[in-house]
Design a protein around this ligand. Structure first.
Ligand code: MCN
Length: 795
């Protein structure tokens, strides 16, 4: 059979403007909250003001009597149909998992938990009546601090008997990929270098543009749910698995969704409650949260303490790494939840050749809202720790931070390389990315300026931050996820339908919420089938139209979903081949396919694939028995993760008198293999950088001693805008992935993963000569100033 022509063509690599943006930025889209159905009711949630309390009584009388109110439900009222919030897929058999009902009727375990719901004829009436619901609580002691949780002195869930959810470990010696880390540490204590540090990953709040919103219509043959979700397929599965509704009777639609960053990867109590109320009343219902509700009860990200021991020879050659995490899951085990810190297990060792390694995470419950994936999930935390440690090692050895990395990283001629954590990185070139970043940054000139400022005693000092990172993304082979006890597979599905008049329908199981899949997927299919970009329509985010899919998270959509498209397109071509052979009166084996045309090898006789599609409309030209269809399905399960990498360099100015920090320049050179659309990639990198920089400088969720979120609005939670950042310099090197035919690696989280340590390394570098070795994030002027004063961590 003739191979499909897979030469790169014009579409892949073309910086096309996103086709979806026209409707998104001109108000011609329909967000979930814009959906209005005849007779639709509006819901408002009554939420606990207490972090931990027993519910002793709920009086809904006044609310029921209020104008416009149709019904008020407590947890007991919908107990029969509310289902359970699908929470953890346990990390191991020992994991302790508290029950998690969407609306509990006996006890609340975090402030913001829902205790009643009002259904009314308008959103305003529902909100007003919610204030009239009178709930009696008996307050219980709450555990809010992660380290306190580890003592079990106060229990987040007394019934569990402990706050500990699970312990999970990866030991290189047991896995057979490395030596004994305890022995390496003992050896280093005898004359090598031992660096012991404790870093804090503060809680972050995903801040997507469109708050979460759900509409449920129970009146048709099927129950239809519209939701601002990243995961329509997973949501449908969870509803079917826990409410008793047959999967075939549930249609989930994710219309245009205004961002998620992991924060819409959860199946939420609000979705289950809206479904339950709609079914109880037999009427369409809508719930749209306020921004403060997102912040108080949506899931948060990060929240870890990291205890780290890195050991090395005196010349800086690393000999071992021990990682002990305490991870705060909040009140409940979420969909990925306990798996988030576990993702770090393969990433703390990063691009370096550690001969011995042990990773342990101990996950705890506290009385705060739950924690799950937030852009990068597990990998930013790991990258932060190792990149901070590499700077500490460089300082200890007395060499440049880039030199210490170069000494320890995997050289480009060593790929494929199986790391001490057992991951096989297929390709990469850390030397090339670093050389390019160094050049664009003007590394040597900036180091010279730094020296001059130090010597002159300038109150504004300059620091240079380095972050050479890799990440595992494109989750992942299903069998690997299975070994980790994840409840979902890592495959993706695609359907391609060649319509008869020249257009092509592409149906994907990925669920874009800002990533531009309609554009990028059109580019991939246009290239493969040789049809014009403009003739391709991408459909997604509706379980009726795209019944199979694993949705969008973990920078998986291109490397998994994009590859499924390639497989489906190749099947279309192979289905067209016998039809073309018949039309051309040639043998199928003598046909070549290129640029959308089959030609008989060695002649100019040919037929276009769109003409073949048209000819199947009548079928007049074909003999009996030929399949008259150019539609094909493909499901693709990747063979491995993809491993993008890059070098990020950041220059920060630190005013040693006030602690104020200013970003001077930021250069990143990312290697994400083949790039489908450089414009989309640029946007992804920019957005990712701002989120990572925000963790370093501004963002942090804070609770008071009662467990009230004090950063529950944008007045208190510092979310940066474009005005707070500088122009970034971005570039790319290319080491194609060998794990997929397009050679692509994911980009959706790269900027976030790499940038946080680059910024903090730069700040510490600026004031290291003053004795500062750490500044706790977010590095506010107060913390920086205190660190300088006390030459401590500036807590
Ligand atoms: N791309 C490309 N060439 C590459 C890699 C990617 O052209 N070598 C393009 C892809 O075609 C796709 C986009 O970049 O259009 C992102 O691709 P990918 O890295 O596969 O990531 P996903 O599409 O799976 O998106 C998920 C990722 C994650 S995990 C978070 S969090 C995140 C992110 O995407 N949340 C986002 N980017 C976001 N962007 C927006 N606007 N909003 C969010 O909520």
């Amino acid at each position: 059979m003739t191979a499909v022509d897979d030469r790169p063509t014009a579409e892949i690599g073309h910086a096309r403007k996103r086709k979806e943006d026209q409707r998104l930025i001109t108000g011609r889209t329909r967000w979930t909250d814009n959906i209005s159905l005849p007779g639709m009711l509006h819901l408002a949630m009554v939420r606990s003001p207490f972090a931990h309390a027993t519910i002793t009584g709920i009086d809904t009388g006044a609310a029921r009597a209020a104008t416009g109110v149709v019904a008020v439900f407590t947890g007991a009222d919908i107990a029969d149909i509310q289902g359970v919030n699908i929470t953890a897929w346990p990390l191991n058999a020992e994991q302790k998992t508290p029950d998690h009902l969407p609306m509990p009727s006996d006890r609340v375990a975090h402030a913001g938990e829902i205790v009643a719901v009002v259904a009314a004829r308008s959103a305003a009436a529902a909100r007003d009546a919610a204030e009239l619901v009178d709930v009696d609580y008996d307050e219980l002691p709450a555990v809010l601090d992660l380290k306190e949780a580890a003592t079990d002195a106060v229990l987040a869930h007394p019934g569990l008997g402990t706050n500990r959810s699970a312990v999970w470990q990866l030991d290189s010696q047991e896995g057979g990929t490395g030596g004994d880390v305890d022995e390496a540490i003992a050896r280093a204590r005898e004359g090598g270098i031992v660096i012991e540090r404790e870093y804090r990953q503060q809680r972050l709040i995903p801040a997507f543009m469109e708050p979460r919103s759900t509409v449920v219509d129970p009146t048709g043959e099927q129950v239809t749910m519209w939701s601002a979700t990243q995961v329509p397929h997973i949501l449908r599965f969870c509803i079917a698995a826990t409410t008793g509704l047959p999967e075939s009777k549930i249609r989930v639609i994710a219309p245009d969704v205004g961002g998620g960053f992991g924060g819409k990867l959860q199946t939420t109590p609000e979705e289950f409650i809206t479904l339950a109320v709609a079914r109880k009343l037999g009427k369409p219902c809508k719930f749209t949260e306020t921004r403060s509700e997102t912040m108080v009860s949506g899931h948060h990200g990060r929240d870890q303490w990291q205890r780290l021991t890195l050991v090395a020879e005196r010349d800086g050659t690393v000999t071992g790494l021990k990682v002990e995490l305490l991870a705060d899951l909040g009140a409940y085990a979420a969909l990925v939840g306990g798996g988030v810190p576990v993702l770090g297990a393969w990433m703390f060792n990063s691009i370096y050749k550690f001969p011995a390694y042990r990773f342990t995470t101990t996950n705890y419950y506290t009385n705060k809202t739950w924690v799950d994936a937030y852009r990068g999930a597990g990998r930013p935390e790991a990258t932060y720790a190792i990149e901070r440690l590499m700077d500490e090692l460089a300082s200890e050895v007395g060499v440049d931070p880039l030199e210490i990395r170069e000494k320890n990283w995997i050289r480009h001629d060593e790929f494929p390389f199986t790391t001490v954590a057992g991951m096989t990185y297929d390709s990469g070139n850390y030397e090339a990315a670093t050389a390019r970043a160094r050049e664009l940054f003007g590394y040597d000139e900036l180091r010279a300026e730094q020296r001059r400022r130090r010597e002159s005693g300038d109150p504004v000092q300059l620091g240079i931050g380095v972050s050479t990172f890799t990440e595992m993304c494109g989750l992942a082979p299903s069998r690997v996820l299975g070994a980790l006890n994840y409840g979902a597979g890592g495959w993706e599905h695609a359907t391609i339908r060649m319509l008869t008049t020249g257009t092509v329908e592409v149906i994907t199981g990925t669920s874009a919420h800002g990533q531009g899949h309609e554009t990028a997927w059109s580019q991939i299919v246009a290239d493969r089938l040789g049809v014009p970009f403009e003739n391709i329509e991408v459909l997604h985010g509706d379980t009726q139209i795209a019944p199979k899919g694993m949705d969008t998270y973990g920078s998986r959509s291109l490397v998994v979903g994009g590859e499924a498209l390639v497989l489906a397109a190749d099947k279309v071509i192979e289905k067209a081949r016998p039809l073309a052979a018949h039309l051309l009166e040639a043998s199928p084996d003598d046909l070549e396919f290129s640029g959308g045309r089959f030609t008989v090898r060695g002649t100019d006789k040919g037929v276009g694939i769109t003409d073949i599609a048209l000819s199947t409309w009548t079928g007049h030209d074909y003999p009996e028995g030929m399949e008259l269809s150019l539609d094909a399905d493909a499901t693709y399960d990747p063979v491995n993760f993809s491993f993008p990498h890059g070098t990020h360099l950041c220059a920060m100015e630190v005013d040693t008198e006030t602690g104020a920090v200013t970003m001077r320049s930021y250069v990143c050179v990312d290697d994400i293999g083949t790039i489908i659309n450089p414009l989309i990639v640029e946007g992804q990198v920019h957005g990712g950088l701002v989120q990572g920089i925000a963790q370093a400088l501004w963002e942090g969720a804070e609770y008071d001693e009662q467990g009230t979120l004090v950063t529950g609005s944008f007045v208190d939670y510092t979310l940066p805008t474009a005005a707070d950042t500088i122009s970034f310099v971005t570039d790319h090197t290319t080491s194609p992935s060998t794990y997929n035919s397009l050679g692509t690696k994911g980009v959706g989280e790269a900027g976030t993963i790499a940038s946080t340590p680059a910024v903090v390394n730069a700040i510490v570098d600026a004031v290291r000569h003053l004795g500062v070795t750490d500044v706790r994030m977010p590095c506010t002027p107060e913390r920086v100033w205190k660190a300088i004063q006390g030459a401590g961590s500036g807590t």
